[in-house]
Design a protein around this ligand. Structure first.
Ligand code: ATP
Ligand code: MG
Length: 1051
């Protein structure tokens, strides 16, 4: 909470003084100054005393202490008022301004810089690059302006010799987005003349002392300021100013703010030209005026990028148009010197205004659209030259002091007069407080026809020789009776005034004697047209751009330009109007001594300033008055949430009653007064407390609104989601239904189709039905397969099973599995029809003897016998035995191998018909099928499949049959049947009729597909290799080292 100073530092706010008297005021001010407290308040006005030493009170931590705080929460500081102005601007959307006043050297410019720094530091929390850029420009522009507009005077080493009012524009978020600078009357006479102990503008010394040698050479200037007439007075002065370092800082600031290289060079050229101009001297030769040091003319020509003869002509002649004729009138040396000085002053003033214009171009608000960005608000900071009294006071001092009169008048209007008038208007009991109203002095200067400016303008307009004395006479004539004006003629005994030269004004801040010398000239501010044309015709575009009026031709008649006094008066009136429409905040600066000492508090000096700044009256009005006032509806709008009677709306007869009820509820009734249309709050503390309560309530209201709004958003989102869900579900249902309908439509008639719907294209299922489609396809495939096989005879069924077994065992490992043809199994009858009857006989005999059920396979073979010889045999495989027979002996059975002895079979991957039956007793049977009809029929697949399927144990009720790319002849025996080619890849549970399990071997037969084939002959291991041979007509075995070779026809 509030951090307050202890009483040892005196009263932080003069309003709290026990007695409002000058003595007590001064005691308090002095005490605070001596204790290092340079800031105090009078209500919301900051009183600042120049400490003349570096104070450690402007750092980041101090900024943090003041950020967002109310004025009375922290000890008095500039930052507090800057924050108050910023808050008013941000909270209430009000344009505000901070008016800094005080005499020269009181610390106005320093204060304005601290205020700018504070605003820059507390804004742009999001570090937006554009805002940072603007802030940087605003801060950097100061440095440039001070270099060209400030000078060392006897009162202040860095005295502002121009008035500056700077607007900073803010967007609706309160971040700076640009700015604008208005400059007022530069004291340009300083360019050619300075009082003893003073200097010209800093820029000249910075150039001489800081510019690198090549630049100086190119400008033809030397480092020593005393070499130049215009600045040699100040050239020898020792001071703490570091011109060299400042030159670099200014050059850097110009670059950063966006001055181009050419522009910066032109600035240096103009400064150099002015220095050279000061050294030009004129002489006479007979009746001809001439330039004595013509070398300088060519230097000036080079710097100005014009023609040499033009420079010389402009300096020595004046072109005058009389009607249609144009004549050239030669100057006297005096006129030529006058013209030269006028040129130097005008060039410098133009340069300064051009710099301000360039800075404005750079910092002005760009791309701002009020509709998009909200209202653009402004904080203005006014740092204008302070009231000053010199040894010799001239036209400039007169203008400066008039300006201070105007600002004092504004202060009086806003703080004293308006305040008291308002209390009366609102019917608040009020005791009038006297204060000095300086309107009379303002009128003395600016009044139409009678004012000093009018008299001066009138004098200037007179034809013929007009002198400053004529002007003084005019003043004496018109203002003889004015209480604030006098001259030697009007008070002949007053020796402090010189006859025919001086007049005295009694300013609000003190008496000032002005010398009229130069008033007429300075007011006319004449610059011969010839110079304007000279500069306009420069080939340097930057310089040319500064002098657009040089474009006018000689004979063109122009309006008489406004005088310097009128221009200044107009600019002051518009400045005051501009300030008056903003909410003002004041900083009143006091200069504690004339010697820049941090220790000295000159009582009399300070008392004088307190007096003329009207601070005591300010305290009185403040004490008697109220810190804040607001109309009832506005007050309610801001604070109605504090009271239950007013939130959200009151039902009392009037807003005034509602406000009363609210304030009574808060216990602030004693600190307020109720006017006709406004409520007046006496102490800021009450206002602060109201603000605090409001902030607390606003938080709750925001939370409440957020809650309601979040609920609304959630409900809206929920409704949208639900609607989406309903649509989604309906759409899904529709997709599912239409898919099923489509499947139904396409497969409706598959039963009657030739291929049972195999060709029917499946519709694409919706994503959700992909698994369903898979299952559906399975069901269909099973149905389809079942439909195909349900009509098969038991024999055909066996055949299919055998083929499936073949496919499983050999697919991809052997070519030509013989699946395309019908498998007959018992081939001997077909292959050898001549001996078929003998075979049938033997076969029947064996069936009777060995009781076999079925012949699985029979074929002629070539076989290897025990003596490693090949011989022709036939094999008959039944469900019990494998018989070897001799076909040459009516199929006499040779040896038989019980089928249970057969453990496996080996075949080669080739096309040959070699097969090895492996037996338990290692007496493997190696044969090659032969004598097939038709000749090249491959029967190995059939033999393997038949035996495998015979050995395979079937399920009791179902038979798992795996069809894999089976190309099957449906009932190959039936002659009329079209081959039905079925290509499918399904796992089919086939409810086949149960087979007689006793007829089946109940173990697995091992089938190898290898080459060479390993086998055992009579217990000896050996290999059988298949070798194609060119001239081999029939396959035949020969013995090899490791076993046997089956030679096959090799084409
Ligand atoms: N707050 C401060 N802290 C330290 N020094 C200060 C402060 N204010 C002013 N000064 C000193 O006083 C000098 C004069 O101050 P400044 O230039 O602000 O006066 P001014 O009121 O602008 O005068 P002028 O009317 O001549 O421009 C500064 O150069 C600085 O040395
Ligand atoms: Mg200043």
């Amino acid at each position: 909470m509030a951090e307050h100073e202890s009483l040892e530092f005196g009263k932080a706010d003069f309003v709290l003084l026990d007695n409002v008297s000058m003595d007590e005021f001064m005691t308090n001010l002095k005490l605070r100054f001596e204790k290092g407290k340079i800031y105090s308040y009078i209500g919301e006005v900051v009183v600042s005393v120049n400490p003349y030493r570096a104070m450690n009170i402007y750092g980041r931590d101090t900024i943090e202490q003041y950020k967002g705080r109310e004025l009375y929460e922290r000890p008095p500081h500039l930052f507090a008022i800057a924050d108050a102005a910023y808050k008013a601007m941000k909270r209430r959307n009000k344009d505000t301004c901070i008016v800094i006043s005080g005499e020269s050297g009181a610390g106005k410019t320093e204060a304005s810089k601290y205020i700018m720094q504070y605003i820059a530091a507390i804004t742009n929390p999001n570090q937006r690059a554009e805002v940072e850029r603007v802030k940087n420009m605003l801060l950097k522009s100061n440095c440039v302006l001070e270099a060209f507009g400030n000078a060392k005077t006897n009162r202040n080493d860095n005295s502002s010799r121009f008035g500056k009012y700077m607007d900073i524009n803010f967007d609706f978020k309160g971040d700076p987005i640009g700015g604008h600078i208005n400059n007022y009357l530069l004291e340009k006479s300083r360019v050619i003349f300075q009082q003893p102990g003073e200097r010209s503008f800093h820029s000249f010394y910075q150039l001489l002392r800081g510019a690198p040698d090549p630049l100086l050479r190119s400008l033809h200037i030397q480092k020593d300021p005393t070499a130049y007439n215009y600045i040699k007075v100040g050239g020898q002065i020792k001071s703490s100013i570091n011109d060299g370092a400042d030159f670099r800082a200014v050059a850097d600031a110009m670059k950063v703010t966006g001055f181009t290289g050419d522009e910066i060079q032109t600035v240096y050229k103009i400064l150099a030209t002015i220095l050279h101009l000061g050294n030009l001297t004129f002489g006479v030769d007979g009746d001809v005026t001439l330039i004595e040091n013509t070398k300088l003319v060519s230097v000036i020509r080079e710097l100005l990028s014009t023609k040499e003869e033009n420079v010389e002509k402009a300096l020595l002649y004046r072109t005058v148009a009389t009607g249609r004729d144009v004549i050239e009138k030669q100057h006297t040396t005096q006129e030529a010197s006058y013209g030269r000085d006028a040129l130097a002053k005008a060039m410098y003033e133009r340069l300064f205004c051009w710099i301000v214009g360039r800075i404005n171009d750079i910092i002005e608000v760009k791309n701002y659209d009020a509709r998009v960005h909200g209202k653009n608000t402004v904080i203005g900071v006014l740092d204008i030259y302070g009231f000053e009294i010199f040894q010799n006071n001239s036209f400039e001092q007169f203008c400066i002091n008039y300006c201070n009169e105007k600002l004092q008048q504004l202060f009086i209007q806003l703080v004293l007069k308006q305040e008291q008038e308002e209390y009366q208007r609102e019917g608040i009991p009020w005791k009038h407080i006297d204060y000095f109203n300086n309107q009379i002095i303002v009128d003395l200067v600016e009044q139409q026809h009678k004012g000093i400016f009018s008299v001066l303008d009138e004098a200037c307009m007179n034809v013929g020789k007009v002198t400053d004395e004529v002007f003084l006479q005019g003043l004496n004539g018109k203002l003889a009776k004015h209480a604030h004006y006098t001259s030697r003629k009007l008070s002949p005994t007053d020796k402090s005034l010189e006859f025919e030269r001086d007049f005295r004004i009694r300013h609000y801040a003190g008496d000032v004697v002005y010398s009229v010398v130069g008033f007429i000239d300075k007011n006319k501010d004449t610059l011969f047209q010839d110079f304007k044309r000279l500069l306009y015709n420069s080939s340097n575009p930057v310089l040319k751009g500064m002098w657009p009026e040089g474009k006018l031709s000689i004979t063109e008649v122009t309006k008489r330009p406004l005088t310097a006094a009128t221009l200044f008066k107009n600019s002051m009136i518009s400045l005051v109007d501009n300030l008056a429409c903003k909410e003002p905040y004041y900083v009143r600066c006091i200069k504690p001594n004339d010697v820049k000492s941090p220790l000295l508090f000159e009582q009399e000096r300070c008392r004088h300033q307190v007096e003329y700044l009207g601070l005591l009256e300010n305290v009185r009005v403040r004490r008697a008055g109220f810190a804040c006032r607001q109309t009832y509806p506005r007050f309610l709008q801001r604070y109605k949430m504090i009271s239950e009677f007013t939130w959200p709306n009151h039902d009392l007869p009037s807003d005034k009653d509602a406000v009363k009820r609210l304030l009574q509820g808060c216990g602030f009734d004693h600190d307020v007064a109720y006017g006709k249309t406004k409520v007046f709050i006496r102490t800021p503390r009450t206002l602060f407390s109201l603000e605090e309560q409001r902030a607390e309530m606003v938080q709750r209201i925001v939370l409440f609104l957020q809650k309601v709004w979040r609920g609304t958003i959630a409900r809206m989102r929920y409704r949208r989601m639900r609607a989406a869900l309903v649509i989604l579900q309906a759409y899904r249902r529709y997709k599912v239904k239409s898919y099923i309908r489509e499947v139904n439509r396409r497969f409706k008639n598959v039963r009657t189709m030739k291929d049972y719907g195999r060709h029917v294209k499946w519709p694409t299922p919706p994503k959700v039905l992909r698994k369903f489609e898979e299952a559906l396809r399975n069901i269909y495939n099973r149905w389809w397969a079942w439909t195909l096989i349900k009509g098969l005879s038991p024999e055909e069924t066996l055949q299919v099973r055998a083929k499936v077994a073949t496919l499983e065992a050999l697919k991809g490992q052997r070519a030509d599995l013989g699946l395309q043809r019908a498998w007959e199994g018992n081939y001997l009858k077909r292959d050898s029809p001549d001996t078929a009857s003998s075979f049938t006989l033997v076969s029947s005999e064996l069936q009777r003897k060995d009781k076999f059920m079925r012949v699985l396979f029979s074929c002629n073979v070539r076989k290897i016998n025990r003596f490693h010889k090949a011989e022709d045999r036939a094999v008959l495989i039944t469900d019990r035995h494998l018989y070897k027979m001799d076909p040459l002996k009516q199929y006499k059975p040779m040896k038989s191998i019980p089928l249970y002895n057969v453990t496996g079979m080996s075949v080669s991957p080739g096309k040959d018909q070699l097969v090895v039956f492996h037996t338990k007793d290692s007496r493997d049977l190696v044969v090659c099928l032969q004598g097939m009809v038709p000749a090249n029929e491959s029967r190995i697949g059939e033999l393997v499949g038949t035996l495998l399927s015979h050995f395979k144990r079937p399920c009791k009720y179902t038979l798992e049959i795996i069809f894999k790319s089976v190309k099957m002849h449906k009932a190959c025996s039936s002659t009329d049947a079209q081959p039905l080619i079925a290509v499918f890849d399904v796992s089919l549970t086939w409810a086949a009729p149960p087979l007689n399990s006793t007829s089946l071997e109940k173990r697995k037969l091992q089938v190898n597909i290898v080459s060479p084939i390993q086998c055992s002959m009579n217990g000896r291991k050996c290999t059988v290799i298949v070798e194609p041979k060119i001239n081999q007509s029939q396959p035949d075995f020969t013995k090899s080292r490791s076993g046997y070779i089956l030679a096959v026809p090799g084409n």
